[in-house]
Design a protein around this ligand. Structure first.
Ligand code: ATP
Ligand code: MG
Length: 143
């Protein structure tokens, strides 16, 4: 499998609970490398746009409120098959269904307050990275 990039958000619940380090350690232990990272506070418009695919869902308004309640850490992760690997380390959306040792099993509260976001496909990863990081940002951080 090729070296790939994916996009991750450490959500407001996990930042507030002081789990940035614990979550990042699990990503790194899985072979993912943080190649860009910053803490931001999403505006309502940004959260709405980022999760626009869920606009018709009953949980959309609550999700936008949650994602704007405090700062988040947005990261670009790189590694072999990074998109799938990140989804595996994250665990299921509902932490009750997440496997032992996954980020959501360890750190999530419920199906909404579930600690992390991760891109679900290479194409969405590309769009989500571009939502938060410019080509110039990424180039300046290259090793
Ligand atoms: P994410 O896109 O954040 O990585 P995911 O791909 O596992 O999560 P999605 O179905 O894309 O899950 O849902 C996006 C987010 O919306 C979830 O991570 C969660 O915060 C919230 N969410 C999903 N389903 C529900 C629900 N039934 N009730 C409340 N919130 C939900
Ligand atoms: Mg999703």
């Amino acid at each position: 499998m090729a070296i790939e990039r994916t996009f991750s958000i450490i959500k407001p619940d996990a930042v507030a609970a002081n789990h940035i380090g614990g979550i990042t350690a699990k990503l790194e232990a899985a072979g993912l490398r943080v190649i860009a990272s910053k803490m931001v506070r999403l505006t309502e418009a940004q959260a709405q746009a980022f999760y626009a695919v869920h606009a018709a869902r009953p949980f959309y308004a609550g999700l936008v409120k949650f994602m704007t309640e405090g700062p988040v850490v947005v990261q670009v992760l790189e590694g072999e098959g990074a998109v799938l690997k990140n989804r595996e380390v994250m665990g299921a959306t509902n932490p009750e269904k997440a496997a032992e040792g996954t980020i959501r099993k360890t750190y999530a509260t419920d199906i909404e307050r579930n600690a992390v976001h991760g891109s679900d496909a290479p194409e969405t990863a590309k769009e989500e990275i571009a939502f938060f990081f410019s080509t110039a940002d990424l180039a300046s951080l290259a090793r």
